[in-house]
Design a protein around this ligand. Structure first.
Ligand code: GTP
Ligand code: MG
Length: 195
């Protein structure tokens, strides 16, 4: 995808009506601080259109980024953020659930996992839940720049095992610092676009 124009078009909170978009959407899920918003910035070639933070819990809404008036990148709130109250967590969970179940234009869900860590129980739940909703999760292993090259295969394997993935499941290592993996992600998304 050659990025011509990008815009944050819709922001949905827990009480919002979700947009009835007519172009393909792809969504990015994952625990707080894993790098969802940073990845979306990298895909859009923007430094900070999607707000990022070293503090977890930055993105608290579902944000729809319009790409070239051709499709949407959808930034989801992170899960597993300890400082948020139980009732707040439930509201966000319901919001994400409502989106995954209801969106007519959602083509694929990327699940981001920090390449340094084994998947958590929450990650596994999210993975299973994406599958339950009829999607084949594509894993993006984030913060690739934080590990040594020699650790890569071992970490990818740990993610596949931890999520109990099928052997042909896709794991794309990615770094928002070096942009490694960006092309591979766009190639996948491009392959889903109508000609
Ligand atoms: P929430 O909105 O809280 O759910 O978090 P998020 O998943 O959107 O994470 P965000 O993109 O805000 O990144 C969290 C922190 O990790 C920020 O300090 C980023 O700079 C950092 N970060 C994200 N991706 C990378 C990466 O690939 N490499 C390194 N070194 N840091 C990263
Ligand atoms: Mg975010």
């Amino acid at each position: 995808m050659v990025i011509k124009n990008v815009a944050l078009e819709t922001v949905c909170g827990v009480t919002s009506v979700l947009p009835a978009n007519t172009k393909m959407e792809v969504a990015f899920a994952g625990k707080s601080n894993v790098g969802k918003s940073s990845l979306i910035n990298a895909l859009m070639n923007r430094k900070s259109l999607a707000r990022t933070s070293a503090q977890p819990g930055k993105t608290q809404t579902i944000n729809f980024y319009n790409i070239n008036d051709a499709m949407y990148l959808v930034d989801l709130p992170g899960y597993g953020y300890a400082k948020v109250s139980q009732s707040e967590k439930e509201k966000w969970g319901k919001l994400i659930e409502r989106y995954l179940q209801k969106s007519q234009m959602l083509k694929a869900v990327f699940l981001l996992i920090d390449i340094r860590h084994d998947p958590s129980a929450n990650d596994k739940m999210m993975y299973d839940w994406i599958v339950y909703n009829g999607y084949d999760p594509i894993i993006i292993a984030t913060k690739l720049d934080k590990i040594k090259r020699s650790q890569l295969q071992k970490q990818v394997k740990a993610i596949k095992t931890g999520l109990n993935m099928k052997s042909d499941g896709i794991v794309i290592p990615f770094s928002a610092e070096t942009k490694q993996g960006r092309e591979e992600i766009w190639n996948l998304i491009d392959s889903w676009m109508e000609p």
